[in-house]
Design a protein around this ligand. Structure first.
Ligand SMILES: C[S@@+](CC[C@H](N)C(=O)[O-])C[C@H]1O[C@@H](n2cnc3c(N)ncnc32)[C@H](O)[C@@H]1O
Length: 395
């Protein structure tokens, strides 16, 4: 039996509720996405991930050498690199040469979307309409990336290949979607103010790349439908980060080691993170995003009782309980990061209103309703830093 059901309430719309007692630390469910993709800049910068599931495609040692720009780095405990043994399973698309972590991923991609969108020998042709579209998108959406144009390209492939286009449309419509006014605010958040007016030009390239008007499977994709699809992905897209070095660090931390080895490995890890920080800053992972049917129905709480994890270092998402959950209890995650979660009610509400476009009605916010409606000086400073970063990002 499923440990959760979807229920609808007046205040928050749909949400997930426990159907039985769920223990602290246990996995509530695992879920494969409807579609996932690596971000375009992330791929262009040489981050190596399976085209289908985002599993890393280099050893932890090679990964850290590349990110720290130092080929002399050697990692101890090589058996903690779970990626290494799997690299022999890699498979390539014979048409375009794109790489998968396994034959299984290649076959799934071919069956779901890749058969229709494979560029074959044009994969490296900069003038191919799909490559022009990706290029145009990259100019609109600089790192840190929050959305991938390849999601839309793959969705097109899925519509061309599916035996049940109506079923696929229903799956998309099941994601929460918004009004035209809200869509506009979502574009501003996704692309920054100066690129919003270019959505029409993006659509022109998109429509040309897939001849949408003359394609029976795609002719519903008008400019308005395309905009709604972008907003849908902007609202529901879940970020994914995978890394063979991160995976190695996790395995090392779970390994029983004597005190001296533990200390020297921990020091090495700190040193390597510092080195990578100097070269690539916070851009450590293969990054991408995906649409998940169940995950997208989980509401936010400022005291979350569950969290999203990626236990297989690929796009398979899991929901993990952060404490014991009683049958009937709503299961919520935090949409805010740790740091923002620690802030005042006023600040959290401002953040959720601005980035997620809703008024938080969680228990913590309701219980703090009488708190002063102001941002502390410390929080204002942090807000200013965030704004400076946003401006740097859009340059
Ligand atoms: C990813 S969806 C979650 C599922 C959504 N409730 C649904 O009906 O599909 C996010 C949306 O849920 C609602 N929501 C989530 N957490 C909320 C909260 N703490 N208070 C009020 N609304 C919330 C908001 O409308 C938000 O835009």
């Amino acid at each position: 039996m499923q440990k959760v059901i979807v229920k609808t309430t007046k205040d928050k719309g749909r949400g997930l509720y426990a159907t039985e007692l769920i223990h602290d630390g246990s996995i509530i469910f695992e879920e494969e996405p409807l579609v996932s993709c690596q971000y375009s800049w992330n791929a262009a910068y040489g981050y190596l991930a399976c085209e289908y599931c985002l599993y890393p495609l280099e050893t932890a040692e090679r990964n850290v050498q590349r990110l720290a720009n130092d080929s002399t780095i050697l990692l101890p405990l090589p058996d903690c690199c779970s990626v290494e043994a799997k690299l022999v399973n890699q498979a390539k698309c014979e048409g375009c040469g794109v790489v998968y972590c396994s034959r299984d991923c290649l076959e799934r991609a071919l069956k779901q979307y890749h058969g229709a969108i494979c560029l074959g020998t044009d994969a490296q042709n900069e003038q191919h309409p799909v490559n022009l579209l990706v290029d145009f998108w990259k100019k609109m959406h600089y790192p840190p990336e929050t959305c991938g144009i390849m999601l839309f390209v793959k969705i097109v492939g899925m519509f061309q290949q599916t035996s049940d286009p109506e079923g696929l449309r229903k799956q998309l419509l099941d994601f929460v979607h918004s009004s035209v006014n809200e869509d506009l605010r979502i574009f501003h958040k996704m692309l920054g103010d100066k690129f919003v007016q270019q959505i029409e030009q993006l659509y022109e390239r998109f429509a040309a790349a897939f001849s949408v008007q003359s394609n029976d499977r795609l002719n519903w994709l008008s400019l308005e439908a395309f905009k709604s699809l972008i907003a849908l992905v902007g609202t529901n897209g879940q970020g994914i980060g995978t890394s063979s070095f991160g995976d190695w660090v996790k395995n090392v931390s779970e390994r029983q080691l004597d005190q001296q080895t533990r200390q020297s490995v921990d020091e090495l890890i700190d040193e390597l993170y510092n080195k990578m920080d100097e070269v690539v800053g916070t851009f450590l992972n293969n990054e991408g995003s995906a649409l998940y049917a169940m995950q997208s129905k989980i509401n936010h709480s400022c005291t979350p009782n569950a969290e999203i994890v990626f236990p297989k270092s690929n796009h398979v998402l899991a929901l993990r309980a952060l404490r014991d959950l009683a049958a009937g209890e709503e299961i919520c995650i935090s949409y805010l990061d740790e740091c923002n979660l620690q802030r005042s009610r006023h600040s959290r509400q401002k953040n959720l209103r601005e980035y997620y476009l809703f008024e938080c009605q969680c228990e913590r916010c309701e219980s703090q309703i009488a708190d002063p409606d102001e941002t502390s000086e410390e929080e204002e400073d942090a807000d200013d830093d965030d704004e400076d970063e946003d401006m740097d990002d859009s340059d």
